[in-house]
Design a binder for this molecule. Structure first.
Ligand SMILES: C[S@@+](CC[C@H](N)C(=O)[O-])C[C@H]1O[C@@H](n2cnc3c(N)ncnc32)[C@H](O)[C@@H]1O
Length: 279
């Protein structure tokens, strides 16, 4: 590889000096919760360069799903929804969070040690497995409740979690519109939520309102695909001026918002920190 190629590769794999400095500055604002979140984000690079055993196992299990061309739906759990028809396990695996983004979830649960995590959008369980591995390596305690409309995706997810020995993860099948209220009752008080399904403007804000009503102060809400559509861009813009959040960290593809409790002023918002979740 040329010298230029190596430099480009190093820049791609490490955080930029600007992004590291931004996170360090954020962590020194005097609020221990902000510092814990900033430190967890800063930890992503170290975890990526020297992944713990749980992450290596998880990526091997992901690779097996990525090579599995069997159909997701075999009819045994009822008719497939339109999004499952003709889809293989490998196809479904391809929409799971890629490694850097999934490691952010591991970093957050292993460092923040939440007792109760709610995930919207299980798919085949890869992101839930990173959340669960973080809980196991962090507190060794806590629970993840994860929701998806597809029983076929949830079946693959449950097998993945069983294979990895991740007993903290519980799934619920159904549309968020039907399952979210009950799931929030079950999960409350919520310490962390990951919203990764139905990426549209109104649903995203509606899920946010419902989750925040039953969160602990200092809870963390992680949003995926914040620039995926005009609706998500608008939803993210609303999050960035929502007085219920004290700090908002923009990681370009994903965003993290820290719930401050009763509304105060506008949150502190970082610019897009592009390098943190770079592949
Ligand atoms: C991008 S995938 C989730 C990926 C997963 N978090 C991961 O990284 O491994 C989004 C999932 O949300 C589910 N979903 C989308 N809209 C939904 C809704 N309204 N109710 C329930 N599930 C929904 C889809 O079935 C799909 O599996």
């Amino acid at each position: 590889m040329s010298v230029l190629g190596s430099v480009k590769r190093m820049v791609r794999r490490g955080f930029s000096a600007r992004d590291r400095a931004m996170l360090e500055r954020l962590g020194s604002d005097g609020d221990p919760r902000t510092k814990a979140v900033a430190d967890a984000v800063l930890a992503v690079y170290a975890i990526k360069t020297d992944p713990p055993a749980a992450i290596r196992r998880l990526e091997a299990a992901r690779a097996a799903r990525a090579a599995d061309t069997s159909p997701l739906d075999d009819g045994s759990l009822g008719p497939a929804g339109s999004f499952d028809e003709g889809v293989t396990v490998a196809d479904a695996c391809a929409v799971s969070k890629p490694p850097s983004q999934a490691l952010l979830l591991y970093a957050l649960t292993s460092r923040l040690k939440p007792s109760s995590v709610l995930e919207l959008g299980t798919n085949i369980g890869v992101s839930a497995a990173f959340l669960g591995a973080g809980l196991a390596d962090g507190s060794g305690d806590g629970r993840i409740l994860t929701l998806d409309v597809s029983p076929y995706r949830l079946r693959v997810a449950e097998r993945l979690h069983a294979e990895l020995g991740l007993t903290s993860i519980v799934t619920r099948v159904g549309l968020f519109e039907d399952t979210l209220d009950g799931a929030i009752d079950e999960a409350a008080p919520i310490d962390m939520a990951f919203i990764d399904g139905n990426h549209q403007y109104e649903p995203t804000l509606d899920y946010t309102d419902k989750i925040l009503a039953r969160c602990v102060e200092g809870a963390v809400v992680v949003y995926d695909d914040i620039r995926w559509s005009d609706g998500m861009k608008r939803a993210w813009a609303d999050v960035c001026r929502d007085p219920r959040f004290s700090v908002v960290i923009d990681l370009y593809t994903m965003g993290i918002a820290l719930y401050s409790g009763p509304p105060e002023g506008h949150p502190t918002v970082t610019p897009a920190l592009y390098s943190v979740l770079a592949p």
